[in-house]
Design a protein around this ligand. Structure first.
Ligand code: FAD
Length: 584
């Protein structure tokens, strides 16, 4: 790779590795200080490291009735006592707090009918964790003073007099070498995959459970810098089932399938039942020629068999459900698109109709005027004739009165056609704002202001499905917060129909919602607002950690009907609100 040059950066804290630990560290530091933070990540923090594909449980949680010490005991036993109990205890005491924070950020944790987390064994709770990493990444990106540099592979520390002063690396996106100096450096590069021969042979050698990109760079950098490496006494390599790459424990979970060698002997009791003993036993059996070893599932009861099958079939049924929902969404989208074009053509027709009515009224008014003018011309000719013929004055007066009568009649006709009602108070541009409820006097219709007046005083008003350009002098402010407009409603059969009078507000309040809930609500609201031809709307998301705002902005970026969006200005709600402009 060609290096384009060197970039030198200084910061307060450098976090190497934007995986689970790296992202969470940034959130924790920000809670406690306003130090400038840089996260250097070799991939992209959105989907990097162990959490990239998502996880389905939180494997270290102190469930009801258990205490942190129980977790320490379990881990100690499982690792044959080769653990740092002090570190384990500190970690165990904070597990539930971290889970609560993740839930606040938007992680869906499964709950029973009493609102309690659904436990899986003594230390696990179930989650919908497909998006756990994007959730974490969004929360980090929304933090002030945190810069993420993706695709930056850190290769070594900068060391002076036994102190770490920063790190160096290279970025495969911009081709630059980086020298980052920091007051504190945190290494969160995960574990080390690929140190040993892969579990899978031949063409599936690359398939591994642990992310292959966690190469142990953090270990190597520490060792090179002369750091004392602690808790490296034990290395855990889990047994995997061939082809599925899942841990044997997960597959056998709850069904008690035994580990058996090629002679059909159950060997696990011979070596012991802790994780490390199970792993050691299998390796030993293979070395002593009694491999391959497998999980014996024949002996399990029919209920266990069902629950085992359930694990597999629930995966398949989830896939089918997701696929069906995707198809349903696609269908709704098509229905919405066709309704939208139907409404657009209806509005076009209404506009044409309105223009025709105005044109006809003008033509009639002109006809009346023309007739009056012709009559006046004739009368004038007669005056001249009377003068020439010396006719008496009473005949002239009679013709003058006839002319007056005719002119009055014409004037009355014109007044009926063209005179508009005057507003109670004449409005100026300063008096009206977007979304104000108004009455258009010439049409006798109510609506909402959907654009600012131009320099000639013309503006757009939304009246139900009609959006009309009117003059400000034709408007009167009225006291109604919402307009009445047709919108979408789903029927029980899943069809979409028009409701005559549903309300679309110019504002949506998402405070207190998770990102997922907020986006679902926003999605429907924006569709309704767009179909109702609102020109702009206001989204209230609050300031908070910024995760909700970030989630809303990410969603808005993907919406085709959104022209632009911006944070509110002083007086509009500042960064706690976002103003969205729709495409015309
Ligand atoms: C497939 C799988 C399923 C799992 N399922 C569960 C589960 O259901 N429940 C559970 O609780 N746990 C589960 N775990 C374990 C859990 O996900 C991990 O223990 C945890 O996420 C590890 O976090 P970490 O920050 O140490 O490492 P990671 O999240 O992997 O972060 C390390 C980061 O460092 C980056 N990096 C590495 N080297 C460099 C470098 N030189 N320069 C810059 N960046 C670098 C990597 O790209 C990565 O983003 C699972 C793990 C895997 C692999």
């Amino acid at each position: 790779m060609k290096i384009n040059g060197l970039k030198k950066i200084t910061t307060d804290v450098l976090i190497i590795g934007g995986g689970t630990a790296g992202c969470y560290a940034a959130l924790t530091i920000r809670e406690q200080s306003d130090a400038k933070i840089i996260i250097a990540e070799k991939a992209n923090i959105k989907r990097s490291g162990c959490l990239a594909a998502g996880v389905n449980a939180i494997n270290a949680y102190i469930v009801e009735g258990r205490k942190p010490e129980d977790y320490v005991d379990y881990a100690k036993k499982d690792a044959d006592d080769i653990v740092r109990e002090d570190l384990l205890l500190t970690m165990s005491e904070r597990l539930n707090e971290v889970t609560a924070k993740m839930e606040k950020l938007g992680l869906v944790i499964l709950k029973d009918e009493n609102g309690k987390y659904v436990a899986r064994g003594n230390r696990n709770i179930k989650i919908n964790g497909e998006n756990i990493k994007p959730i974490l990444a969004s929360a980090v990106e929304a933090l002030e003073g945190v810069s993420v540099i993706n695709r930056l592979n850190i290769t070594d520390y900068i060391v002076k007099d036994g102190r770490i002063l920063g790190a160096v690396g290279f970025n495969i996106d911009d081709g630059y070498a980086y020298e980052i100096r920091a007051k504190k450096v945190l290494c969160a590069t995960g574990g080390a995959a690929g140190l040993y021969k892969p579990n899978n042979p031949g063409f599936s050698r690359h398939k591994m459970w642990y992310p292959p990109f966690n190469t142990g760079a953090g270990y190597a950098m520490g060792i090179n810098a002369g750091a004392e490496m602690t808790t490296f006494e034990m290395r855990f390599i889990a047994l995997r089932c061939k082809d599925t790459i899942a841990p044997t424990g997960t597959i056998a979970q709850g069904v008690g399938a035994k580990q058996v060698n090629s002679k059909g002997e159950v060997y696990e009791d011979k070596y012991g039942l802790t994780t490390s003993q199970r792993v050691y036993g299998t390796v030993r059996e293979n070395i002593e020629g009694r491999g391959p070893c497998y999980l014996r599932t024949e002996g399990i009861s029919s209920e266990q068999d069902e629950s085992f099958e359930d694990v597999l079939s629930s995966l398949e049924s989830s896939r089918i459900t997701i696929e069906n929902e995707r198809r349903e969404i696609e269908q709704y989208k098509q229905e919405i698109a066709s309704l939208k074009s139907e409404m657009e053509s209806k509005q076009e027709k209404l506009n044409e109709q309105r223009d025709r009515i105005i044109r006809q009224a003008n033509e009639e008014a002109h006809a009346v005027l023309r007739e009056a003018k012709e009559y006046a011309d004739q009368t004038m000719k007669m005056f001249h004739k009377f003068q020439k013929d010396h006719v008496d004055l009473s005949a002239v007066e009679k013709e003058r009165q006839n002319l007056r009568k005719h002119m009055n009649k014409a004037e009355k006709g014109m007044t009926q056609k063209t005179a508009a009602k005057k507003p109670k108070k004449e409005l100026t541009a300063k008096d009206i704002s977007l979304g104000d409820a108004v009455k258009v006097l010439s049409m006798n219709l109510k609506g909402t202001v959907s654009s600012r007046p131009d320099n000639k005083g013309f503006l757009f008003v939304q009246m139900g499905i009609i959006r009309s350009k009117v003059h400000i002098s034709d408007l009167e402010l009225i006291d109604e917060a919402e307009i009445t407009t047709p919108t979408m409603q789903r029927t029980g059969a899943g069809k979409i129909r028009m409701s005559k009078a549903a309300h679309v507000s110019t504002e949506i309040n998402l405070l207190g919602k998770t990102v997922d809930e907020a986006v679902a609500e926003l999605d429907k609201y924006l569709d309704d607002a767009y179909i109702a031809h609102l020109k702009s709307v206001r989204i209230v998301h609050g300031k908070g950690t910024g995760a909700l705002r970030k989630g809303v902005h990410n969603y808005l970026k993907r919406q085709k009907h959104v022209e632009s969006f911006r944070l509110g200005e002083f007086g509009e709600g500042d960064a706690g609100v976002t103003i969205v402009e729709f495409k015309k």
